[in-house]
Every structure is written in C-alpha cells, then in structure tokens.
Ligand binder design. Structure first.
Ligand SMILES: Nc1ncnc2c1ncn2[C@@H]1O[C@H](COP(=O)(O)OP(=O)(O)OP(=O)(O)O)[C@@H](O)[C@H]1O
Ligand SMILES: [Mg+2]
Length: 614
C-alpha cells in the first residue's frame, strides 16, 4: 500500500448519514435561538417584500411623469410624494436588512461554537481504537469544517434561496395583476434559467468532488512527507519526494482547468440567456407600449424585476454548489457524531471499589480487528492472577502482547471472551472513569501535551498543590533537568513532548504517575530510555511508590525486575513461566537462558529465539 492510501484505511464503518441528519444536528442547536431566528427571517422578509414593492412606485412615478409632461401646469408635488414613499420603503428595506444581519451574526457565532463544542466533546470520548485508526489532522479538519459549513449553509439557504423564492413569488403576483401574460413569460424564463443552471451545476459537482479528493490526497502526502522530514534528510530523498508530490499535482492541475472551464461555459450560457431576455423584454415592451397595451411605468416595472431577479439567478449555481459542499463537509463530522462510542459504561455502572487490589484475567481471548476478521489472536484463553499488593514483572518477546494486556486492563479495548476483574468486580461493570482513576500508568511511549512541564505533571492529579508537583518531580528525578531549562517548570515541551529527550519524557510521565498515586501501578517499559545510573536512581523512587500497591512492571532489561515478587514470561501461546527470579533460574527455562544471555550481552534476536523455542 502506498503511504498516501493510508488515509482511507480505517476499521470504521461509519453510519450512513443523510442531508436530513445534517440539518437535524444544526437544528438541535439552532432551535435554542428562536427569537434571533425570527428576527433574521422577519428582517429579511420585510426587506425582500420592500424590494418587490418599490418598483411599483417607480411604475407610478413614470406613469405620473408621463401624464404631467403633457400638462402645462406641471404640478410635481405628486412626483415628490412618490419619491418620498420610495425613500420610506428603502429605509424600511435598509432597517430590515440590518436587523436580519445583526441577528444572523449572533446566530452563526452561537451555533458555530455550539457545533465546535459538541463535536469535540463527543469525538474525544471515542475509543482508543478510533483514534489510532484515524489521522489526527483529518479529525481536526472534520470538526472545523462541521462548524464552518453551518455559516455557508445558513447564509446560502436563508439569504440566497429563501430571498430568491420570495422575490420570484412577489414579482409573479404583482405582474399577474398588472399583466398576466408577462407574469407567465417571466415564470417560464425563471424556470428555464434555474433548470439549466441546476443541470450544469450537478454535472460540475462530480468534478468538484474529484478535485476535493485529489486535494485531500495531496494534503495527506504533504503532511506525511513533512512529518518524515528527518527520513527525507537522512536518505537524501528530496528528488523522490518532489516526484511523488508532482505526480499528484499534475492531474490536479488538469482537473482544475477542466472544472474552471466548465464554470466559464455555464457562465457563458447564463450570459446568453440574460442577453436574450433583455432583448425580448425591450422588444415586446416597445411593441406593447406602441399598441397602448402597457404604460411606460409598467415597462420600467418589468425592467426592474428582470434586473433584480436576474442578479439573484446569476449566482444560483454557485449557491447550490456552496450548499452541496457545506453539506458534504458537515456529513463527515455527523458520521462521527452518529458513530456509537465503542466502549461504553453499562447502565447504572458503579464505581470501582478497591479493597486490596487483586487483579484477575480469567480465560481471556482478544484479537485486534472486527469479529470474523482473520486477524491473529493476541491472547487465547489466557489466565493470570496478580494478587493484592504483589509486584509482578511481565516479560516477553516484542509483539507478545504485553502492552496490549495493559490496555485491556484499562479497558481501552473490550475483550472478546473471558473476564478481567479487580477485587472481584468485572471491569466491564464499573465506570471507565473510576477504573482508570485507580490505575497509575507510565506508558511505553509517553506523549505529553504541548503545555508547560508543570501543567503536564499536574495532569496526574489536578487537585495536587504545586509543592506536591515538585515533590513528585524530584522523586522521578525530572527536577534536575527541568531546572536547567531557562523557564524551568514553565517550559513548553513541544507537540507530544518532542522537545524533550526520550528519557526526559519518561521521567515526566513517571512524575505524573507518582503524583496520581493510584492503588494499582503499571509501568510499561517506564525506564527503558534511561541510562543505567538514572534508572538505578529512579528504581529506588519507584520501589517506594510500589509499597502497598499492586504493581505490574513490563521490562526488557531483566536487571530492573529481578527484585519483583513474581516474574511472568509471556510467549506466543500465553504464559510460559511464572515464579520468582530464583525459582525461574532454578527451573532453568527460557528466563534462565535470557538471564544468562543478558549477563553476557543482550540482543533482541536472542530473546525472540529463546521465547519462541518454548
Ligand atoms: N492497534 C492495533 N491493531 C492491530 N494490531 C495491533 C495493534 N496494536 C498492537 N497490535 C499487534 O498486537 C501484538 C501485540 O502488541 P503489543 O504492543 O502488545 O506488544 P508488546 O508485547 O508490548 O511488544 P513490545 O515489547 O515491542 O512493546 C503485535 O503483534 C502488534 O502488531
Ligand atoms: Mg509494548
């Protein structure tokens, strides 16, 4: 698979969502602003009706002008009255639009921030599996687009489509009373114009979607290349990368020319229709006028409507495209909003109550991927008991499932069969929050927030005092390097903590776990990036932390685990060996071989060879 194809790779089958679902999501927030909605609509209605009525007074004006131009007394007071009426209508029109726009500003700002919040709050509670199957960048984009699409859809539907409909209906009714045949002709023209515009817009939409896909693909490739800038530098891949990007850019350019030419053709057809109607209006206007069928004022009235409606019709294609685009953008987020959270608490789930901290894995089976997939099992009928207060080490070859076991204990994934329980309480029956509150984890690859060091450590226990934070940091030996930074604890650590070395990041994660001080402690290769000296120092701190807690330590370096109460060797088919360091050495099995090897130089090939031999 090419790296850029990874974008589409996801386990998730999103529920199908319709335009109606999108509208319902927006409505759930919009309905809370009924008064503003009323003002927006009312203001717009007044303004549009005003724009339909004012040409009637222009008609009056020209008819009066025509009348008095043949009159020698030339009393213009009537004309003045008419233009004052027009001024009044225009002012009402002006006020209507202002009311509408100021209300719209408030509606849009409110609904857009509701959308951002709603999308984030729901999305962040999706499962671990969801996040590792989706690109962070694309999720951020979905949230943003969902919120921004509202602005586009609301304005287009409200201001463009609704006002166009009202204008057409209003003008139709007025013209019908003035001259029914003209009303019919105008109706026919509008119908032709809209059909042509809609037909071509739909055709063009296909290519717009293709262009959006090509654009996302290029964005994905760019971000993949930029985040791998190191590899490009080390392997001198500049030319290769430019070629890969260029291979996508060339068809994108051709597609853009095609799309934009298409839009220009649509414009050309629309322009012809407009030129045609102008001519027809003038031609028949003159003809009817010369026959005395219409007055000069009526002629002006028709002209005014044709110009006004013509302008709105002109942008109809773009309006339809914007709405389609907005709905398509919003759908991507609504899919996520409609996707049920994968791991949910049972109804009325209780809080986990830790009495002594006994952990039991009973006959558990687990495989990544969906049921029925041919995915290999990580665990099949695994049984493991960690007694209350016991310190257990878990070792095994890379990929044996050690980190996965920790994730199952934290219920980041649900197991397929069996049961995991803590002090007799099935972790499926307790709240996820209480479960995770009771476990301090130092993960294998700790990632930090791009916040200050103090904020990152504080995350372990948000109620802790600053003194407690520093105390935990001292115990984790992170205090030393933190104090060397110019801003000390106020130093920002970069995205995911990239501005720290691997060992520094691990120490911050340990400090966080120390601060959390939960009754169950899990260390997944927590000190693997530290030099032996720092590790020895931290081991002392960790030994203090482990006191009275059930502890699970995963490590490749056997020297760090020899003092544990029990060592469990995990192989491809489950637990291979289980006992204390001395017991396992006596048993002279896989652990003993590894121990002897590490004493004389450890290598990962050795560990795999030994563990897989069984
Ligand atoms: N999200 C995932 N989707 C599919 N397979 C996965 C996923 N995470 C892990 N695996 C697979 O599950 C197996 C166990 O992985 P795990 O991370 O638990 O190994 P580990 O024992 O912790 O290894 P290491 O010592 O290298 O950390 C591996 O074969 C891995 O490829
Ligand atoms: Mg691991």
């Amino acid at each position: 698979m090419k790296p850029e194809d990874k974008q589409e790779k996801t386990h998730f089958e999103y529920p199908k969502v319709t335009t109606f679902d999108v509208m319902r999501e927006y409505w759930s927030s919009l309905r809370r602003h009924k008064l503003l909605l009323l003002l927006t609509f009312g203001g717009m209605l007044i303004a549009v009706i005003g724009s339909v009525i004012s040409p009637l007074f222009y008609k009056e004006f020209f008819d009066t002008l025509n009348l008095i131009s043949n009159d020698s007394t030339k009393d213009v007071s009537l004309l003045i009255k008419i233009i004052i009426t027009i001024l009044g209508i225009n002012l009402i029109n002006w006020a209507g639009w202002r009311i509408s726009w100021f209300s719209t500003n408030r509606i849009e700002a409110n609904v857009m921030s509701d959308c951002l919040e709603k999308a984030f709050v729901y999305l962040i509670k999706h499962s671990h599996n969801f996040f590792i199957s989706n690109f962070a960048g694309s999720l951020v984009q979905r949230i943003n687009r969902f919120s921004r699409a509202f602005e586009a859809i609301f304005e287009r539907v409200f201001y463009d489509i609704s006002s166009l409909v009202i204008k057409i209906m209003g003008a139709g009714i007025v013209l019908y009373f003035v001259k029914p045949s003209i009303a019919l002709a105008m109706g026919a023209w509008v119908a032709i114009f809209l059909s042509v515009s809609y037909y071509f817009t739909k055709k063009k939409l296909k290519y717009d979607i293709k262009a959006a896909q090509a654009n996302s693909k290029i964005t994905g490739m760019l971000s993949d290349a930029i985040s791998n800038h190191g590899s490009i530098q080390f392997f001198s891949g500049y030319k290769e990368e430019s070629k890969r990007i260029n291979d996508e850019i060339v068809p994108f350019r051709k597609l853009n020319i095609f799309r934009w030419d298409f839009a220009a053709y649509i414009d050309a057809v629309q322009a012809l229709l407009t030129i045609g109607v102008e001519f027809v209006v003038f031609y028949y206007g003159i003809k009817y006028w010369s026959l005395g069928l219409i007055s000069l004022g009526t002629f002006v009235l028709i002209q005014a409507y044709v110009l006004n409606i013509g302008n709105s019709l002109w942008s109809f294609g773009r309006v339809v495209r914007d709405i389609y685009q907005g709905v398509a953008d919003a759908k991507e987020m609504v899919e996520i909003l409609h996707l049920r959270h994968e791991i949910i608490d049972i109804p009325n789930a209780r809080n986990l109550e830790i009495k002594s901290g006994n952990i039991e894995f009973k006959n558990i089976s687990f495989a990544f991927g969906k049921e029925g997939d041919n995915d290999k099992h990580v665990f099949k009928n695994l049984n493991l008991v960690i007694n209350a207060g016991e310190k257990v080490a878990l070792i095994g070859s890379s990929g044996a499932g050690k980190s996965t076991l920790v994730k199952l204990l934290l219920r980041l994934h649900d197991i397929k069969d069996g049961e995991i329980s803590i002090d007799g309480q099935n972790i499926k029956n307790v709240t996820q929050e209480s479960l995770r509150e009771n476990i301090s984890l130092v993960p294998q690859d700790p990632a930090l927030f791009h916040r200050t060091l103090v904020d990152n450590i504080h995350y372990g226990n948000r109620n802790a005092t600053n003194e407690q934070v520093i105390e935990a940091s001292k115990l984790a030996h992170s205090d030393i390097f933190i104090n060397e930074f110019p801003f000390k604890y106020e130093t920002f650590v970069g995205e995911r903590g990239v501005k720290l070395s691997g060992g520094e990041r691990q120490r911050v994660a340990i400090a966080r776990a120390i601060l959390k001080n939960a009754p169950i402690l899990v260390l997944d290769e927590a000190t693997s990036s530290l030099d032996s000296h720092s590790e020895a120092l931290i081991q002392d701190a960790l030994a203090t932390l482990m006191k009275g807690k059930t502890t699970l330590v995963i490590a490749h370096r056997l020297s760090t685990i020899r003092k544990m109460d029990r060592i469990i060797v995990l192989g491809k088919d489950g637990v291979l060996e289980d006992g204390s360091h001395d017991d396992l050495l006596k048993a002279n099995g896989a652990y003993a071989k590894l121990w002897n090897l590490q004493a004389g130089g450890f290598s990962s090939e050795n560990i795999e060879a030994i563990l897989d031999q069984k």
